[in-house]
Design a binder for this molecule. Structure first.
Ligand code: RP5
Length: 162
């Protein structure tokens, strides 16, 4: 089995229906990754251990999703030098605004790259770009993917004009 390069973690298994899209994006680009529940509030010591050992275990980026008082991405960023991409998971109340603000308003010095509410697919794609910066073959796959986006948009324009 190939060693994972990205960790996709979430505060609860109830986040999986949103976070699955990050894992799918990584699969599309053939990026080996691991998936786990790492709760900042319910298992704080395991969360610190996960973050502080991530780089030494060979991970190059972490995608972390959480909802409500969404402290997981920020706390991981506090204990790892790796790039952390935060996904605000929308819950039943407040439409994910609480999750977004909990993740995005980090103090200077401890960055979290925050995607849109529910934007797990973009988080996965951003992790691919992080890896692609030092991997020409992966960068080429990303360029082909972007070509596909452009071609699809152009085709829609053509269809409207016809
Ligand atoms: C957060 O609390 C999790 O990330 C999840 O979004 C939310 C609710 O968790 P459950 O009560 O569904 O386990 O920490």
């Amino acid at each position: 089995m190939t060693a994972p390069l990205v960790g996709v973690v979430m505060g609860s298994d109830s986040d999986w229906s949103v976070m699955e899209a990050a894992s799918q994006a990584l699969d599309e680009f053939g990026v080996p990754h691991e998936v786990d529940v790492v709760s900042a509030h319910r298992m704080p010591l395991a969360m610190v251990e996960y973050g502080s050992s991530a780089a030494a275990r060979g991970l190059r980026a972490i995608v972390a999703g959480a909802g409500g008082a969404a402290h997981l991405p920020g706390m991981l960023a506090a204990v790892t030098p790796l790039p952390v991409i935060g996904v605000p998971v929308p819950l039943r109340h407040l439409d994910g605004l609480d999750s977004l603000l909990s993740i995005v308003q980090m103090p200077a010095g401890v960055p979290v790259a925050t995607v849109s509410v529910g934007g797990a697919r973009n988080a996965g794609l951003l992790a691919v770009r992080v890896l692609a910066a030092a991997d020409p073959a992966l960068r080429q796959r990303m360029e082909r993917f972007q070509d596909g986006l452009r071609e699809a948009a152009e085709a829609k324009g053509r269809a409207l004009r016809e």
